[in-house]
Design a protein around this ligand. Sequence first.
Ligand code: SF4
Length: 414
Amino acid sequence: MRKIFSDLENSFKRKEEIIYSDSSLKIEKILSKAISDYEISKEEAIALFKSKGDDILKIYSVADDLRSKSVGSKVTFVVNRNINFTNICYMGCKFCGFAKRFGQSGAELLSLENIVTRSIEAWDRGATEVCIQGGLHPKISGDIYRNIIKSIKKVLPDMHIHAFSPFEVWYGSSKKKLDYKTFLNDLKDCGLGSMPGTAAEILDIEIRNKLTKNKLSSEQWIDIIKTAHSLKIPTSATIMYGHIDNPEHWAMHLSIIRDIQKETGGFTELVPLSFVYKDSPLYLENPEYVRKGPSTEEIKKMHAISRIMLNGWINNIQASWTKLGPEFAQKLLKIGVNDLGGTLMNESISRSAGSNFGQEITAMEMVKIIRNADKIPARRSTIYKICETYESHDPKNLAPLVSRKGNDPLKFIN
Ligand code: SF4
């Protein structure tokens, strides 16, 4: 009897080996296509996401080679400040731990004066960008978006304004009863420099229905992004993953982003955003069905496979240190990532949703993290123009704007 079982076990093992080596061969074929700069298909990206064992290491190695080929050894960051001008929002997105209702503790709507004061403070600390986003406050006027831009530009004409997600553009334009093009054109005339491509989540109807009740549909997100690009307003691209989604959705999403880029060329970078579950209604209401964010392996694969899939189309893959922490973000620099995003000064969206990471990494700290990964640090503009490379000198060593209460984000390298 025991012999029968051991024979069976061996035959299963052999079968597994055969299947495994078949799939390894498939992965190798996909990777050799990618390294020769051929495009990989959605189906091939799914196979990469589903890869196992040593195949994963091969994926990382190819992603690193493609990063080196397209952007070299420089790793960039931008000195910026996040200004979330309101967190009051009634849209009820299930993944959101940021929105508050009127009267709830911590609910706020910043005045224009306050937004300008924060921008001046950022400029004085060397920021070249303010990143402005807010909730869809039911009582704001559709003019708030242009008023914010104009107020900042009046005192800081050279500050780059990276502002307003497609959801905010949808909201503002509907409040003003304008089409996207007219609304965005006006914002551009006021001084809008670029837009965050947030609110993309996963561009799949079924998933979006569960995440946002499809209030901003995939078609609307794509339409607003393409309209912005047609007006020469560049945007970032994002994907939010690790909740109720799977590799098929990820590959499909990346393929849509690539198709848009082929048509418009308006994306500056892709920023994968891992789902932060802690305070999100999505998780709290359905803990048995909703994942607690992507696994470590999925995060690594997402960044590496994004590099491979977008090769030749989007050169910049950014790691979000607010979601992942600086130590993990640094590790991704070896598997396809070439940008660490902004210094931020005040980050509140990820922290409100339960992310544990701090609200600022100073320019000096960015430089240390990048050098420690054997890469060359460089400060960039919002649209990826290199402003300063730190090969033999350091940036000004400023204390963080808001005290981190003794938390040292660099303790992993000090
Ligand atoms: S994700 Fe944005 S639109 Fe949705 S509830 Fe949160 S703040 Fe509102």
